[in-house]
Design a protein around this ligand. Sequence first.
Ligand code: DCP
Ligand code: MG
Ligand code: MN
Length: 577
Amino acid sequence: MIKNKKRKGKQVAEIKIVPEPQRIFQNLHFYFFPNSDTHPGRRQRIIRALEYGATWQNEFNDSVTHIITDREYDYPQLLTYLKLRELPTAVILVNENYPSSCMEFYKLVDPSSVEFRVKGYELPAPITAVQPQAIPSQVSDVSLKLKPAKGKAAAASSSQLTPQPEASSNLASSAASLLASLSPINNDEQQAKSKDEDELESAIREAKESHPLASDDEEDGNRHKRRKTSSWQDKFTCMHKHTGGKGDQGPNAQTLSVLQELADYYDQTRDPWRSKSYRQAISALRKHPTKVTTKEEGMRVFGIGTSIAEKIEEIVRTSHLRKLDSTKMDERQQILNKFLKIYGVGIHAAERWASAGHKTLDDLLQKAELTDNQRIGVAHYDDFNTRIPRAEVEQHATTVTKALKSLDKIYTIYTMGSYRRGAQNSGDIDLLITKPGASIDEIRTTVMDRLVPLLTTQNFLVAALAQTSQADGTKWHGASCLPHSKIWRRIDFLLVPEAELGAALLYFTGNDIFNRSMRLLASKKGMRLNQRGLYKDVLRDYGREKLSEGTLVEGRDERKIFEALGVPWRPPEHRIC
Ligand code: DCP
Ligand code: MG
Ligand code: MN
């Protein structure tokens, strides 16, 4: 790759390779399309990828793991250029958004997310699902051979590489059956009999599979969303927490324990793709009767790809080194997770602090530059990260309702979020405030200029953390505290005009995955859903940029939005995905 850059002369100086643990693209070979660095934007992307450990491949061959296309190009154009009828399944095709998203989240995010999709490309989803990580050349062979070996993996793995003749002749049919078993949604028959409810279910499944922060079609709540990442990660981690090494014995025990640690690490970082390939390699190696010491030996074991085979060799040679590395990664990840749980802290601040060597909340208070809100977030870290019992949510809601009614009786308050879904405890208190017949301006004036000051003088509101702009604001974020309590709670006011009530009820009930699935469904039906309404005839240009809002289909009535989407009504407590 350096050679490529050297040829281009002055760019060499621009490449500053990041420290080893941050090289998320290590061992990955990127082929950019169009295949040159003459376009300044693309050149910048190439440089950034190189800095994060990628190899730039300017010839398309077996070792390419990813093709990164400019947004305006489509799949047929790529195939024509490469003179191919289709892409090898081992290659991951994504658009230019992919590397930057990975860098932003400091890990390899799910490449199958819609925001990375290249026009005209049908994702080979099931193959990606079983495929080990994007590793060069042998990958497609190995992963396909695995299929016939299903159920007799032990026999296959000890028989070294010689391909079974019947295995290869069955390749197509077994691949097909694997496809069928893994991906009902891609199966025509299933699709033909899919009913409305299935549609929602499959949208939910898709929403779950996509990256938590990817492909959202909503305008605001970015910071809000960032905070979600960490709680998502937490949920994922505890759901999938591995019991750790099962005390492996046998010739490869030591290697297995290191691989297991790496697999756990990738589990934690929500990199299902890599964690899967590690687990696959682990189970293959566990069954292997002799000690694997070199890359070549590793690659001869079914289920182990080039990249893991390389790691095995490294583990055997320098047994403790990798382990240390992975612990380092774990430590950084844990620090980031902690920082991300501070109210008002996004990935950028968290990374900046972690890179500056800050490890604890005390470090931050003493040594980091914090905004006022971040300081409150740190000071009340435990408060804000403690769940609020349902009964206490009700007390906060009642306090606000009483105050508001004292100002104007016609207002209505709904308690939203996890509370409306019936949760026994909530992360924060989400209150939707509306008044029949009133404009958003009137509601905003009442809440911002009268309600908030009143509740502040009552010592109920103890901090104002964020509010959307004065002119068109519809949100107020702060903290509240009950009279005899010391615990500060996070409280959100959401201001909604009557005409948007249904869409807002839908949106602020969530949960976020359910919302994403509904938006996905809407966009599949050529519509668009956000917290203000459901719209049709939305005009978009090629880059999927919105050109017009479209026509409002429904905003006022929550049920009617379900109907318009052709989805049977789901009460809030059934929207937990
Ligand atoms: N929301 C969303 N996407 C996000 C954040 C929020 O769709 N990224 C919607 C769905 C949520 C609702 O807003 O249910 C309220 O957001 P919260 O962050 O308060 O989430 P919950 O109330 O669901 O959970 P918690 O109990 O953790 O507050
Ligand atoms: Mg909430
Ligand atoms: Mn909230």
